[in-house]
Design a binder for this molecule. Sequence first.
Ligand code: AR6
Length: 171
Amino acid sequence: MGKVEVIRGDITKMEVDVIVNAANEALLPGGGVSGAIHRAAGPELAEACRRVAPCPTGEARLTPGYRLPARYVIHTVGPIWRGGTFGEDKLLEKAYRSSLALAQSQGLRTVAFPSISTGIYGYPVEAAAPIAIRVLLEEAPHFDALYMVAFDENTFAAYHQALIKLTRDSG
Ligand code: AR6
């Protein structure tokens, strides 16, 4: 059974098989975590993204990691928050599931996620965290380790709480 861990840090520093990028459908570098990943990986990453774009919301695409410590990057697109009644929860879940399905199909055993959609896309982190953690706990048996990498304290607290609650509920 692989472990699920919530940690505080910078995902571009993670030494894992694959890090996940919170991308846009065009797979253009953009800001937020995506901008940081592109800066750390180098210009080859944008070139590779062009070749596998577009990526509809909820789907995932694979590229090499170039200068990142991670071997690969999975680019997934979470939903833009529009108030919660436009299927945002299902699309967010799909983004996590698609990313893990792609990682598993490539034999990648350690995966690090950022908090998809809760930055520029406006998804409330308290609502996003239980959705993400539920999928990670379900899929963990197929991996060695799944990391949720929170950039700030508020994000860390939301995922940490969700992990405690969902582990307790299932145990
Ligand atoms: N490591 C880990 N998490 C980070 C890092 C980092 N280095 N930098 C930021 N975060 P966002 P979204 C956190 O806005 O909401 C881009 O322009 C950040 O604090 O990056 O899915 C894309 O191209 C937040 O908690 O992603 C899209 O256009 C989380 O990562 C759009 O933004 C996600 O915030 C996607 O928006």
